[in-house]
Design a protein around this ligand. Structure first.
Ligand code: PMP
Length: 416
């Protein structure tokens, strides 16, 4: 189907999954050029936690521009930057007893990851980074080297970067995968260079909504401390409240050395941020720079979103409440078809996966059926075998239920 007629790009894009042209959006709804409304369970892959065109965010942005606010300031101190930093510190870091320096990187998630990997190597003077099966950290050369999906990795550009993969929690059923890691670190015959850092998501977003357990994360942190390895949590997709807490690692009580944030941290605008423990600040002045570090409009949007949703941890409670609705609904569907299909439901907060174990192609078909039911939902996993539920966190209960019933209709049509 040629959507853009002569303009259609040959490069892979979502136009294949969602063959229409969208032109408006509000909250958890998208509208296309024909005026057809869709419920959005994709939320820009976790960028729109606060919804499309969030009223308070839009208002603050318009006011800022009308008052000649600074749009671009390189690394200059600006009021927007100062106020964002103060708000982030007082509403997010202080209440959690976290002490981090903030480094604004290039605008997109992979820029924060690149910065983390570079800083870890600088601080430790070692090049190896340990990443995990099914992890996704971006597609630029450094971040791709720690992304565990062969669909994106090509020998020609991947081979020179030192990274080792270890099995993520649950990769082998009924086995503690960290036994491997420990053994490889202890055993001189493993061929593994002592890593500068490990990098992981606590819930693998692109990799199939694989959820690391509290115990596994605590044990990983203990290994890092024992072997002097830095612990980097990539919270780009499941941070900002997606898991039910602001940071996805909070439930495990671990204290990462670095945290990457992007997607929703800019309230929907491009922004990426690296948090690192103050003693890791070993950059020489100007050693890691770039033109679009920190976007003043994103600072404004971010400050407003933090003030509106994190003052009393309101969003955290709302996410936990909506998680119950989502989980119960998906489990009900799994139950309904349990004789025909082995369906696995997993997730935390408002990041859930629906996987049909005995047929990998079903998830993509379901996504297309959902599009026909006016529900935008994507797939994830190395074979696109998991349907990924990622609605805006602020979605109304009623709209969440309506989206879920559209999903059920799609499942019924496909399975019956
Ligand atoms: N890390 C994680 C966990 C992600 O989900 C993504 C994007 N899906 C990235 C890094 C890369 O971010 P970006 O696409 O903005 O470069």
């Amino acid at each position: 189907m040629r959507i853009f007629e002569n303009l259609e790009s040959e490069v892979r894009g979502y136009i294949r999954s969602f063959p229409t042209i969208f032109n408006k959006a509000k909250g958890a709804k998208l509208t296309d050029e024909q005026g057809v409304e869709y419920i959005d369970f994709f939320a820009g892959a976790g960028t729109l936690n606060y919804g499309h065109n969030n009223e308070q965010i839009s208002k603050a942005l318009v006011e800022y521009i009308q008052n000649d606010g600074i749009i671009h300031g390189l690394d200059m101190a600006t009021t927007a930057k100062k106020e964002f930093m103060q708000t982030f510190d007082s509403l997010i870091l202080k209440p959690r007893n976290l002490e981090y320096k903030l480094q604004f990187t290039g605008p997109t998630g992979t820029n924060a990851v690149e910065t983390a990997l570079k800083l870890a190597r600088l601080v430790k003077g070692r090049s190896n980074i340990v990443a995990f099966t099914n992890g996704y950290h971006g597609l630029s050369q450094g971040s791709l080297a720690v992304t565990g999906n062969n669909e994106y990795r090509d020998e020609s550009y991947i081979s020179r970067i030192n990274a080792t993969f270890m099995p993520f929690d649950g990769y082998f059923e009924d086995m503690n995968t960290l036994k491997y890691f420990r053994k490889f670190l202890e055993d001189g015959s493993s061929g593994m260079d002592l890593p500068a850092a490990v990098i992981l998501e606590t819930i693998q977003g692109e990799g199939g909504i694989n959820v690391a357990s509290k115990k596994w994360l605590q044990e990983l942190e203990a290994i890092c401390r024992e072997f002097d390895i830095l612990l980097i949590i990539d919270d780009i997709q499941v941070g900002n409240g997606r898991s039910g807490e602001f940071f996805s690692f909070e439930f495990a009580g671990i204290n990462p050395d670095m945290v990457t944030l992007s997607k929703s941290i800019g309230g929907g605008l491009p922004m990426a941020l690296l948090l690192f423990k103050p003693d890791l600040d070993q950059w020489k002045p100007g050693e890691h720079t770039g033109t679009f570090r920190g976007n003043n409009l994103a600072f404004v949007a971010s400050k407003v979103s933090l003030e509106n949703y994190w003052q009393n941890e309101d969003l955290s409670n709302a996410v936990k409440y909506k998680e119950k609705i989502l989980k119960q609904f998906l489990e009900k569907i799994a139950q309904k078809y349990k004789n025909e299909y082995e369906i696995k439901i997993r997730g935390r907060g408002l990041a859930y996966g629906f996987e049909v174990k005995n047929d990998k192609s079903i998830a993509s078909e379901l996504s297309s059926y959902c599009f026909e039911e006016k529900l935008i939902i994507e797939t994830c996993g190395s074979d696109s075998q998991v349907v990924k539920f990622l609605p805006p966190l602020v979605i109304d209960e009623e709209l969440l239920k309506e989206g879920l019933s559209r999903f059920e209709k799609a499942v019924d049509r496909l399975f019956k």
